[in-house]
Design a protein around this ligand. Structure first.
Ligand SMILES: [Zn+2]
Length: 417
């Protein structure tokens, strides 16, 4: 499976993200802004295992878009909610709750809180904007999603596991700047008044017009587009989906979710280069999913998806002679349509560093980056000066010969992971 990406124009981006000024020292870099979107950093768009890929194909291209997108949803009648006590049962009728009776000035309703049973065989079909609050995250769900009853439990497991394997925490010592998630399309913000704190807002979105939206993430939130989370009604209403059933996994791709959640975890600490951002997201996601492989068939399927990544090759060979230059360049000369190598190389850097330096390599590197002025708020597409400063920190921490050694490591480990 190639990690090649296709840039999909943001036709109808809907979540308008506010930009808060990076307070980090390094000269402000341009965050990816599109006509409709502004954010401190470019939300990292995905990627491998994205919904354009068939489980059976290993060479399909990935689609990549920039930030947030959102679809206008179909009709949103009653809330179907599953209560924890409903155990064996499928969705139950929407319990009226306090917030549901409220409306905003423009007449729209706030999202309705829902719960899940914890049982994989149960399903919650969202019929309106709704949310679930957990210990470390929110699920913010559009109408038309189909979530298995163990979905929130599994997201929680992933979050805990990511914190464990990385030694990092979603709770940082800086106040998150927050974001304005107004929906341009809807004309109102379904998530208005939501207070997230350090809990990760995980948006479960539906690309009901088959615009090609895919998952993305930044320090503030993660957005998930996965066909396997679409209800049958949504799926069958779109010919492009209905006529291509192979595009829908038979399991939930938790690897994709773990990848996005790793972005949020690392970017809450400090800015990183593309190679480190994407590669480390793959690296920790892989660790987390492997550790959870026995939890459910979904995780087992996710392990299979991960294995496809190991076939990826970088276009330019990495050697002891050029490794440092590759790192400093950070594939900045590649357009988004050629994205992919940063994942493969960065993941291998993760393997190399943990072997060489130990489990805290990322924690210590992010701390060094913070001390160098790249503390949250973060940004993604770094200018040359910033990339060089971060490379210097890299050498200070891991040794002057770290790049040469990595080049040797790459030559002996490439494609044999
Ligand atoms: Zn990513």
């Amino acid at each position: 499976m190639k990690k090649k990406s296709i840039l999909i124009p943001l036709l109808s981006a809907a979540l308008l993200l506010s930009a808060c000024t990076p307070s980090g020292g390094a000269g402000g870099t341009e965050a990816a802004t599109t006509e409709a979107l502004k954010t401190v950093q470019e939300p990292v768009s995905e990627e491998k295992g994205s919904q354009t890929e068939s489980p059976k194909s290993t060479d399909q291209e990935n689609e990549t878009i920039t930030p947030e997108s959102e679809s206008v949803t179909p009709e949103a009648p009653d809330n179907g909610s599953v209560t924890p006590e409903a155990s064996e049962e499928e969705t139950s009728e929407a319990p009226e709750n306090g917030t549901e009776s409220e409306t905003f000035e423009d007449g729209h309703k706030p999202p309705v809180q829902f719960t899940l049973t914890g049982n994989r065989d149960d399903h919650f079909i969202s019929e309106e904007f709704c949310y679930l609050e957990d210990e470390k995250f929110f699920l913010l769900v559009e109408p038309g999603a189909d979530l298995p009853g163990d979905f929130a439990v599994n997201v929680g497991l992933i979050i805990d596991k990511l914190e464990e394997v990385s030694g990092l925490s979603y709770t940082i010592d800086t106040k998150l700047c927050g974001f304005d998630n107004s929906s341009v399309q809807l004309g109102y913000n379904p998530w208005e008044d939501m207070e997230y704190g350090y809990k990760v807002p995980v948006f479960i979105m539906i690309d009901e017009k088959a615009n090609g939206y895919i998952s993305s993430a930044c320090a503030e939130w993660a957005t998930i587009y996965m066909f396997e989370l679409y209800s049958d009604e949504v799926w069958n209403a779109v010919p492009e989906y209905r006529d291509n059933p192979e595009r829908r996994y038979d399991w939930i791709n938790y690897y994709q979710i773990a990848h996005e959640l790793t972005h949020t975890l690392t970017l809450r600490q400090a800015s990183m280069t593309k190679i480190m951002t994407e590669g480390i997201a793959d690296y920790y996601a892989e660790k987390a999913i492997n550790a959870l492989a026995d939890v459910s068939p979904d995780f087992a399927g996710s392990v299979e998806i991960m294995s496809w990544n190991l076939d990826d090759h970088v276009k330019e060979d990495v050697t002891p002679e050029n490794a440092e230059a590759v790192f400093r360049n950070d594939y900045s000369d590649l357009s988004h349509t050629d994205r992919g190598d940063e994942y493969t190389l960065g993941r291998m850097i993760g393997l190399f560093l943990e072997e060489r330096y130990g489990k805290d390599f990322m924690k210590d590197y992010l701390k060094a980056s913070q001390d160098a002025g790249y503390k949250y708020p973060t940004w993604y597409d770094l200018e040359e000066d910033d990339r060089n400063k971060l490379a210097d920190e890299f050498k200070k921490l891991f040794g002057d010969d770290v790049f040469t050694d990595f080049g040797e490591y790459y030559q002996t480990h490439a494609y044999q992971l």
